[in-house]
Design a binder for this molecule. Structure first.
Ligand SMILES: [Zn+2]
Length: 425
């Protein structure tokens, strides 16, 4: 006689990895890039909208009530009443030639969590909403869907935004039957969302290198973006003695060399400084470079550290310029403050991982995510699973299926724990 299978309970519930994988593989075909692999689902493209309609179908089959809002967000709701919901999700749009997990994993894992809860009769004490946000990746600027849900869309920006081929965001939305006007009215009352949970691939090498399956994100790094100009004097490379030059490139090189020192003195373990783009004039092999423009992007989790990096970089650029008789000027293109994840949600992820015996580490997110927008509105938090080789935003983006299962189970148990307690707004 076969022993009876013990009934699944809150404590023993696990997501169905085959069902999750089947959905991820089906989604990978929508906008799938046949030549390079991966997906092309830029926001509000036909493929992006097809993926959203496909998701609504899967939600309806799973017993959720799906709808698409004016900004293209797909929301599937489950559970009684119109009380505040625990929201689980991420985005469905991709960068051009992107990977199949970025964003998508968090959406499908959210759906899988709800299906698992339904399958063994779990009754949440408040509604759960699975959300697929729109235009997260930044074809037009990024985070539009989550900003709409939290009432943070700037009308001037919305009506002016264009992609890098000059297509206006509003035209693109209207062509897909969405409404820029109504997008400005989508903001949910703060008391209608109880928490926001996001599972995402790490998009960096840390978890993979350390062989840890789940990262609990403590916060999303702030970022400053500068354009720095160094103005020296272009001159003949043969007739101008070395000590009589105003070489703008050497000033840049000096500054670049001081970056480790700046991080040592003003920064910390989470600090990042990157010179990602350089242009030189006249850019001729036989001429001393007279003009250099470069980008400087600084990141840290701590806003006070960001301020210190700002001061140290400013003085570093000036010192390097002065050493070569080169005038320096700095234009600050943007400054985004860091956003901590909510301590309640961080604790809830720790608790769930502890119950499941899954090893975790606490880490910052160096990339931007919907969680940072949602965090301004509700208790928001996110977890990472490893990116094999640290690769993302590329067709080679991959996560071991076992790690996906572990991350999704931490998400499941976190959501169940949060919706087992009495609803308290
Ligand atoms: Zn993403």
């Amino acid at each position: 006689m076969k022993p009876a299978t013990p009934a699944v309970t809150h404590e023993t519930a696990e997501i169905d990895l085959d069902r999750l994988r089947t959905d991820l593989e089906a989604l990978a075909k929508i906008g799938g890039n046949l030549e390079h692999g991966g997906v092309d689902r830029p926001s509000f493209s036909d493929a992006d909208m097809d993926a959203r309609r496909w998701l609504m179908g899967r939600m309806a089959e799973g017993g959720l009530m799906p709808h698409m809002d004016a900004a293209g967000n797909v929301i599937g709701r489950w559970g009684a009443g119109d009380g505040p919901a625990v929201m689980i999700g991420s985005h469905l749009d991709s960068v051009p030639r992107g990977g199949v997990l970025d964003g998508t994993l968090g959406v499908i894992a959210g759906l899988e969590c709800v299906r698992t809860m339904m399958s063994f009769g779990f009754t949440p004490t408040c509604p759960i909403e699975v959300v697929a946000t729109s235009e997260e990746e930044g074809r037009f600027g990024g985070m539009l869907g989550s900003q709409a849900l939290t009432g943070q869309v700037d009308a001037d920006w919305l009506y002016a935004a264009k992609d890098d081929t000059g297509i206006a965001l509003v035209d693109c939305m209207r062509a897909q039957g969405l409404s820029p006007e109504d997008t400005l009215r989508l903001g949910r009352p703060t008391d209608s969302i109880r928490a926001f949970l996001e599972l995402h691939i790490e998009q960096g090498p840390v978890l993979d290198r350390k062989q840890i399956p789940v990262g609990i994100v403590e916060g999303i790094s702030g970022v400053f973006h500068w354009s720095v100009t160094l103005k020296g004097q272009a001159n003949h490379a043969g007739t101008t003695p070395m000590e009589m030059r105003n070489d703008a490139f050497l000033a840049l090189a000096d500054f670049a060399h001081t970056i480790p020192d700046i991080i040592d003195k003003a920064g910390g373990g989470h600090s990042r400084l990157t010179i990602g783009k350089v242009t030189m004039e006249p850019g001729f092999a036989h001429t001393v470079p007279g003009l250099v423009e470069f980008s400087l992007v600084g990141k840290d989790l701590d806003n006070a550290v960001m301020e210190r990096l700002r001061v140290a970089c400013r003085s570093g650029v000036e010192t390097a310029g002065n050493a070569h008789g080169v005038a320096s000027s700095i234009e600050e293109i943007s400054w985004l403050r860091s956003q901590p994840c909510h301590p309640d949600i961080i604790a809830a992820f720790h608790r769930a991982a502890g119950q499941l015996g899954i090893e975790t580490m606490v880490m910052p997110s160096g990339a931007g995510h919907d969680t940072q927008v949602m965090a301004a509105h509700t208790r928001a938090g996110m977890i990472f699973v490893p990116s094999v080789g640290g690769i993302s935003h590329a067709p080679q983006e991959r996560t071991d299926w076992n790690d996906i299962a572990l991350g999704a189970n931490v998400l499941l148990h976190t959501a169940m724990n949060l919706t087992s307690a009495p609803c308290r707004g």
